[in-house]
Ligand binder design. Structure first.
Ligand SMILES: [Zn+2]
Ligand SMILES: [Zn+2]
Length: 379
C-alpha cells in the first residue's frame, strides 16, 4: 500500500483542488477502504456553487461510495454497525458505507425519531467533515476513505459492480420517497401509493429516474415524467415512464394532458424532484383531490414560491417531505437493484478518473449528463 493517497479538497465554494495526504494509521475501532467509485451528488454541486448551508471547509466531498477493505481494526465488530449481525468482514471485501454514523441517541431529534438517525445534528457525516488533520480521508472524492466507528457497513452482493453499488445511497432517497408515499391511510381505497396508482415525477435527473424505477418496481400504474429537457424525457421511458410532459407547458396544459390520459383524473401521487420552487406548487396542482405530494427536490435552499392554501384544503391532500431515512434501507436498495426490470447502471453517463474530478464537477448537472461517477484509481 502506498504511503499517500490523492484526494480532491473543496476549500470553499468554487475551489476544488487535488491534494496528496498521508494514509492514516487504522485504529482498533476503524477501517480503511480503497474507494473504487464515488457518485457526484446534486448537493455536492450546490456546495461547489456556494449554496453551502453549514459546511465547515475545507472538506473532501463525496458521500455516495463503494470500495474494498484494505485494513480492518481488530474491534470492528463492536465499533461498526452491520444490520446483518452475522456479517463477518475481512480485508479484500467489497463494501458500501452509509453516508454517516449513527445518531447520538441523546439529542431531541434522536429521542423523538429513533427511526431517523440521519436527522441527528451530532452525528459524523462523510463528505462534510474537515480534512485538516488525520485521518484526512473522510469523503469519497478520494483514493482512500477512513471508516469512522459507528458507521454502517454493507457488504456488496456477489457480482455487483462498484459503480452500481455507489448508486445505493441515492437509491435510498428514492425508496424513502416510495415509503413516504405508501405510509398510512388505505391503499385499497386509492390513498397514497398502491398497486396501479398514477404517479407523476417532476424532474428527471438521477434521483427522479431512480424514483420512477422504484415506483414501477413497487407496482405503480401510469408513471408520468415531467422535465424541460427532451433527452431526459427520452431516457425516463427506460426508467419506467409511460408518458412524458414538457415542463415548459403551462400548468393548465399539463393538467389537461394528464386527465386525458388518465380517465379524467389527475395524479394519485406527485413527486417533486426538480429542486425548483415552482415545481412544488405545480405538484399540488397536479394531484387529484385526496392525493399525495412528496417534496424530494430541495436538499438545499432554493428560495420561496407562492402557494394558494385554498388548493391544499380543497384537495384535502397530503404533503410530505423527504430528508432522512434509516440506513437499514440500504438492504432494500441493493435488493431493488438486483430485482428491478430497469437497468439502473444506464443512469451513469459519465465517468472520470482521479485527475479529472474538477471536470467531473463541472459536467454534473448539465442537461445531457445523467449520473457522474468518479473512479479514484483510474487516471
Ligand atoms: Zn447524495
Ligand atoms: Zn442525536
Amino acid at each position: 500500500m502506498s504511503k499517500t493517497g490523492k484526494a480532491w479538497v473543496m476549500a470553499g465554494p468554487g475551489q476544488l483542488e487535488m491534494r496528496e495526504f498521508e494514509v492514516p494509521k487504522v485504529q482498533k475501532d476503524g477501517m480503511l477502504i480503497k474507494v473504487e467509485a464515488c457518485g457526484i451528488c446534486g448537493t455536492d454541486k450546490h456546495m461547489f456553487n456556494g449554496n453551502t448551508g453549514m459546511v465547515d471547509f475545507p472538506i473532501i466531498p463525496g458521500h455516495e461510495f463503494a470500495g474494498t477493505i484494505v485494513e480492518l481494526g481488530e474491534n470492528y465488530k463492536e465499533s461498526m454497525l452491520m444490520v446483518d449481525e452475522t456479517l463477518e468482514l475481512k480485508v479484500g471485501d467489497k463494501v458500501i458505507i452509509g453516508p454517516g454514523t449513527k445518531g447520538c441517541g441523546k439529542c431531541p431529534t434522536c429521542l423523538k425519531y429513533p427511526d431517523k438517525p440521519l436527522l441527528c445534528q451530532n452525528r459524523f457525516r462523510y463528505g462534510h467533515s474537515r480534512c485538516t488533520e488525520a485521518p484526512y480521508f473522510l469523503g469519497g472524492y478520494s483514493q482512500y476513505l477512513y471508516v469512522m466507528p459507528d458507521s454502517w457497513v454493507f457488504k456488496m452482493p456477489e457480482g455487483m459492480s462498484f459503480d452500481l453499488a455507489a448508486m445505493a445511497e441515492p437509491a435510498c432517497i428514492a425508496l424513502s420517497v416510495l415509503e413516504r408515499a405508501s405510509e398510512g391511510d388505505l391503499p385499497s381505497l386509492g390513498h397514497g401509493m398502491g398497486l396501479g396508482r398514477t404517479v407523476a415525477v417532476i424532474g428527471a435527473g438521477p434521483i427522479g429516474m431512480l424514483i420512477m424505477a422504484a415506483f414501477k418496481h413497487a407496482g405503480a400504474g401510469k408513471i408520468i415524467a415531467i422535465d424541460m429537457i427532451p433527452k431526459k424525457l427520452e431516457m425516463a421511458k427506460e426508467f419506467g415512464a409511460d408518458m412524458t410532459i414538457d415542463a415548459k407547458l403551462p400548468i393548465e396544459e399539463k393538467q389537461k394532458l394528464i386527465m386525458e390520459a388518465n380517465g379524467g383524473e389527475l395524479c394519485d401521487v406527485v413527486v417533486e424532484s426538480a429542486g425548483a420552487p415552482i415545481a412544488f406548487r405545480e405538484a399540488i396542482e397536479l394531484i387529484r383531490r385526496g392525493g399525495t405530494v412528496i417534496e424530494a427536490g430541495h436538499f438545499t435552499d432554493g428560495g420561496d414560491v407562492s402557494v394558494n392554501p385554498y388548493m391544499i384544503c380543497q384537495k384535502d391532500c397530503q404533503i410530505k417531505g423527504v430528508w432522512a431515512n434509516h440506513p437499514a434501507i440500504f438492504r432494500d436498495a441493493l435488493n431493488f437493484f438486483d430485482r428491478s426490470s430497469v437497468e439502473i447502471e444506464k443512469l451513469i453517463t459519465h465517468r472520470f478518473g482521479i485527475n479529472d474530478v474538477a471536470k467531473a464537477m463541472r459536467a454534473a448537472g448539465s442537461s445531457d449528463v445523467g449520473k457522474v461517477m468518479i473512479k479514484p484509481w483510474e487516471e
